[in-house]
Every structure is written in C-alpha cells, then in structure tokens.
Design a protein around this ligand. Sequence first.
Ligand code: CP
Ligand code: NVA
Length: 307
Amino acid sequence: MASVRHFLEIGDVTAKELDAIVLTALKWRKQGYPKTKPLAGKNVALIFQKPSTRTRVSFEAAVSKLGGNSMYLSANELQLGRGESVEDTGKVLSRYVDCIVARVFSHRDLIELSKNGRVPVVNALSDQHHPCQALADIMTIYMYSKKPYRAKVAFVGDGNNVCVSLMQACAATGIDISVASPPEYRPPENEVKKAQKYAEHTGASIVLTDNPVEAVKDADFVYTDVFVSMGQESEKQRKLAAFLPRFQVNSGLMTYAKPNAKFMHCMPMHLNEEVTPDVAYGPQSIIYDQAENRMHTEAALLKFLLR
Ligand code: CP
Ligand code: NVA
C-alpha cells in the first residue's frame, strides 16, 4: 500500500506535484469539474480551532464538487475542546473519515495528527504555515502571468504563516520573491533556508529586506497580509507600531511596482492597516480571483491526496 501523504507545508509535495495540482485547478476553473466525481464515497473532516470564511467554505464546496462529503467540526464542540488529546482525536477520526483538514493554533498539533492517523492530514492554517493559501496564490500568479510564468512577487508585511508558505511556493515554482518586513518580523531562518533549497532547483531569487520600496520595485505582484494574526491580539499595539506607516501597501508604494502590477491579499483584510481601500478595491486588485482559487486548488489537492 502506498504511504499516506500529508500536506502540512509546501515541502510535503515536490515542485512537480505542486505544479500539477495548480495546473489541474486551472483546468477545472476553465472547463468545469470532472463528471467522474473523484471523491465519491469519501468523507473529509474539517477541524477548526480558529474562525474561517474562505478556507472552511472553499473546502466544503470543493469536496461537494468532487462528489464527496465534508463535516465541519468546530474544535470547541469536539471533546478536543474539553482536553481530549490530539493523538486520540486523530486516531479515532481516521477510523471514520478519509482525510482530516485542520486549522490549529500550534503547528505541532498538525504533526501529532498526521502521526496518529491513517489518513492524509491537510493544514488549513497553523501558526507557521498556510500552504493551501499558497497553492491558490500560485494559481492566481499563473493566471495573471505569461508562460513560462517568470514573475516577481513582493510580499510586504509580517513574515508569518502566509508569507512563509508563499515564499516557499514561489521558490519551488521559479517565481522571484522579495519580502520586506521589519527585522524582528522577518520569516524564520529555518523556513527561509527551506525556500533557498527549493530555489536551487528553479533559479528563483529570494530577497529579504527591511525596505518596502526596494522589495516592490518592478514587482508584478504586490502581496500583503494582516499585521496582527489570529491569536496575536495581545501584541496588537507593538506590532502596529513596528509596521506602520512604512509597511502599509498604499497607492504611493504601488507606484514603485510595474505599472500593471496586481495587488494580492489572502484576506480577511484590516483596511488602513496593511492596505488602504483604494488599493484593496482598486483596478489593480485581484483579491477575489485569489479567493476563488482557494476552492479550485483545494479540490485538486484533495484529488491528489486521495487518489
Ligand atoms: N485566507 C484565509 O485563510 O481566509 P479564512 O481565514 O477566511 O479561511
Ligand atoms: N496571517 C493570518 C492569515 C489569515 C488567513 C492569520 O494567521 O491570522
């Protein structure tokens, strides 16, 4: 029997597999979903320890489009919320379902789940990675680029989960990325090293800077995420003071990018913090295509993992 594949971070798929997942998603977006219902008879559990709009609904829709069944499980309503271990939760759920998708506070919980079940575990966002977001981001970049998809992405903001997965996915697919953050909010060194390793095979350039103008210069895509992530509410004042005003994506900063550069955001947005409304809702913004692509890439990912 083939071993179970998980998707906890970008490095859990090869660059070739990542590309194939994104290309399948692009095909399905254009031509519609397969009539063969590849997930027929399959159950997918969606465990959420934090709120979600896009991830929850896009996974439910993706599973449904492929003929499967999904179960939304708020962590508070599981025994997990009353102290049952992640280990037991994983072992028991994997007797009922074919895949566990989980959004957790601690990435360690995902590793625990993946070790203790018999089914694929998918990271629906942790404190360290957001790889499903990155699949949709790459798909969106492909949609708005010309083959062979060489492009420059500028990520301006917190070197957190979204930035880490984006940087690693860009490196794996040969897209150049510049990350601008205050030095204390750079992406973690070990995650940068992984990205550099993926880039050795693709020639993608990875630049880390504390200068947003340098990062955005000649970029094809300008991307940002909230400065205060879920679970970091107590750090709000300190973080806003570190990021504002220099790291805000506004029309002034956008002038340094290419004239037809696109604006991207994983959403939800905190308007007038990391981005101003004129950019978020302006003609360069592609945030709704990006959000739609969550569904297509997650469908392609599930088909790949449950094949
Ligand atoms: N981008 C993203 O993961 O959004 P949700 O928190 O709404 O799922
Ligand atoms: N960095 C954000 C992303 C939300 C989709 C968070 O973790 O809250």
